[in-house]
Design a protein around this ligand. Sequence first.
Ligand SMILES: Cc1cc2nc3c(=O)[nH]c(=O)nc-3n(C[C@H](O)[C@H](O)[C@H](O)COP(=O)(O)OP(=O)(O)OC[C@H]3O[C@@H](n4cnc5c(N)ncnc54)[C@H](O)[C@@H]3O)c2cc1C
Length: 468
Amino acid sequence: MTQRADGDDGAEPVLTSVGTSGWAGEPAVRTDRASREAVATDWSGHRPAGLPDGVVRARSTEDVVAVLRAASATRTPVVTRGAGTGLAGGASATTGEVVLDVSGMDRVLDLRPDDQVAVVQPGVLVADLDAAAAVHGLMYAPDPASAAIASVGGSIATNAGGLRCARYGATREAVLGLQVVLADGRVLRTGRATTKGVAGYDLTALLVGSEGTLGVVVEATVRLRPRPRRQATTTAFFPDVASAARASTAITRAGVEPAVLELVDAATLEAVDAARGTDLRAGGAAMLLVQTDGDGAEVAARAVLAAVEPWATSSETTTDAERSAELMTARREALPSLQRLGQAVIEDVVVPRSRLADAVTGVEEISRATGVRIAVFAHAGDGNLHPVLVVPEGEDVLSGAPWDAACRVFALAQRLGGTLTGEHGVGVLKRAWLRAELGDVAMDVSAAVKAALDPLGILNPGKAVVDG
Ligand SMILES: Cc1cc2nc3c(=O)[nH]c(=O)nc-3n(C[C@H](O)[C@H](O)[C@H](O)COP(=O)(O)OP(=O)(O)OC[C@H]3O[C@@H](n4cnc5c(N)ncnc54)[C@H](O)[C@@H]3O)c2cc1C
């Protein structure tokens, strides 16, 4: 290292602990301003008060061990970073902290089709893992809309959800075992490579969703599933979003288990149309996008059509792969499309599926009461709403009317028996609401778990399971 960073004295040994393995000849340690700015935050819009002291780009488990040993010795806070697509400020870092970038650990180490298992490094992109599985007729089921840009390690650390969650569950359902470097540099192995097994506490489940606060994931053994041979994609349009929400509940009540059950409101349809040149908004003021899969895909699609019929103004099913892919892409582009309209702050609340209509109506009321423009799309099959606050560029979203609107959305979800985050995590943005949801005992137990695994509190301090 040639250049001394501003900030905490402990940073220097951490930054010099990995000296050899850069990427494509680049140094593994960067302390220049541009490199520090590039890793200071994620896609949440959260702006930390300062810049981190530097960034270490790990290429191996040994690199991670060296960094954490040095960090423990000097009590230097370390923020692990995957692809930086997080939406809760979890990967943001400030002065006195060092960023540990593991995105270069990006190899699929093993893929065993007969066991339906893959072993991967954390920096593999989610979509790349799914593509590697597809070669063998398999799939990696978790599919956040960010699959093409998010890392497997980051999606494990946030227990990412996705469109296929409705049937296949969130990331936790797909993780069988982990290799994790603890704060003191020890390597912890959890879980197993079999689909069953109950020996010991379920440390894998504990680490999934721990937002980089308990250890650094350096390897994951994940479950693959047969790639469905048949798929049917149904679109249904509605005169208003509450009708679409009711129709979604009717699909669940009909006993259909779609792989994908997404709700998109008028504002989002308009944004997608403007960004992609589609004409979805012409269909109605809200849309349900439903994908059924497996050998009974078309039978299930007919049940979907029957279930939505009382509310829908139009509906149709396609089995054409290209048309299905177009529709799914339109949905995946919802957030980037809204981001073209201004600063788009995505919230992530969940309500019991039967309360979905109450939740969307409640969000509409919040938008009227606060004067903040709020678009809504939802993983309706999970009751997971993404109200997106669209505000002018440069407006502070953590104060004034936007923050008031966000707080009202959290309170609405909790009042309806739901939760303030379904898949994006707590990060820094939702800490103030955590104790009200978890309660004092759960907060105490969480602090005890943190203290057991990270006694010096150097792993992603101030994030996830702390009061804000
Ligand atoms: C356009 C867009 C669409 C999105 N859609 C979805 C969606 O549908 N569903 C969803 O769940 N999320 C979604 N997200 C949010 C985000 O993509 C996910 O949270 C993703 O899993 C984060 O992965 P990452 O590699 O970018 O993690 P980062 O942002 O780098 O990190 C996220 C958190 O994980 C920690 N972390 C990262 N890597 C590791 C590791 N190896 N070990 C330990 N901790 C680690 C970080 O410290 C941080 O706390 C979306 C984001 C965008 C920008």
